[in-house]
Design a binder for this molecule. Sequence first.
Ligand code: ARG
Length: 491
Amino acid sequence: MSNILRRGRLEAAQGEEILRYTSSMEADRRIFEADIAVDLAHTVMLKEQGIISKEDCSKILSGLLRIREGGMEKLDFSYEDIHISLESRLIDMVGEDVGGRMHSGRSRNDEVATCIRLALREDLTGLLEEIFALRNTLLTLAEKHINTLMPGFTHLQHAQPTTFAHHICAHEAAFGRDFDRVLDAFSRVNLCPLGAAAFASTGFNLNRKRTQELLGFEGLLENSMDAVSSRDHLIECASVFTNLMINLSRMAEELVIWSSSEFNFVELDDTYASTSSIMPQKKNPDTAELMRGKTGVAVGALMSLITICKGLPLSYNRDLQEATPNIWRSVETVSASVRIMEGMIRTMRVHAEVLAAQSVAGFTTATELADTMVRETGIPFRTAHQIVGMLAKEEEKPTLEKIDSVAEIVLGDSLSGRGLTKNMIKEALDPVSNIKRRKLTGGPAPEEIRHYLSKRQTDLELNKQEIATLKDMTDSAFENLLTAVNEYRKA
Ligand code: ARG
């Protein structure tokens, strides 16, 4: 049949290059299932409102289910988008007198806006599950390394001793915030634009609340002009994904550094490594490097979305079609990265002996030595800082005698005379007692980390329930939709 869209107002068919340039069919694969769901819900509602007959409703619903079975490949790709291609297929199947009624009171503008939200909602739920798994793996790893000493860094220079658990928990904390951000973005994605029609609503007596419920949306995107033309939820999600990807890339960067011979803190499982085509000995952490690199995809998608949406007048503009693929590219890259990071962390070998040996390299206990001087002798911290700084220039470990001689220069007094003992110095230079002392909230002391881990596990349990609630909500809505569809199909 002739193109159902272009046979009225337009005469010339679209040239092939122009069609390729303007069509969203390829990107629309991503919304095939969503588009069927939107069509089903709209048709059910049209029948309930008495806008179409129950016989027509039944035929349309059966046709839609058959199209669903056939899948995207059965659609005609010479149409400019999935909505019109699908409608044309329906009309082919059930005739125009029936299929031609489905689009009553609807525009592709509210249709596509609804499809994007439905598909993105699924992606967000999946992403929440993936972040959950990554955080769970990180907490499990931390639990095993509560007593594994390691050097902590600032400026990538050895700074103070800490534990591997403490370091891993820092990454988990960041992913916890990413989880919250995804959840928060979900609430703004999960609103229904359907019923807005082209932008100015419609004179048909639609029931917007009903389609909203059939599709499992939390509420309506009320203003019909805003409903079809806003894409700020995409910008928000792309920004959330970017943040998450940046947190992943920071961790990936550490895995790369830690895998080097200089560090040798960890060894990645072979699955995540590659070798050289010329240097047979090489084991390269390619997967982590690529994760660092793929951050560009998320940042790029965000930049594209911002640029596309900037300065668009209300309401719908075709530019918006160009925005959509960016969110798919971003969510796919970010979700895969979270999944792969989880596996990489779960399977990597941690060289606890190397970490422990390095924990004191570079005089990492210097701060504790200065703090000990302050606590035991009452000198100001700034003075202790100078004394220890001067000691740090020497090769050997500071002894009480050495400390006294430097203190004489700085202070004109010895610290042993003020109560500093050899034992206190030994304690200060011992990384284990360094860690034990750091038992403030959030510190690396084993007792504090144990407490912290149990709080995080509780939070994670809550997050698990939140995911289950979201899934229940969307799943049960879909079941309701199918129940209604099956009932009206028989009529
Ligand atoms: N493919 C289009 C998009 O993604 C669907 C909406 C088309 N609307 C229109 N008025 N041409 O935005």
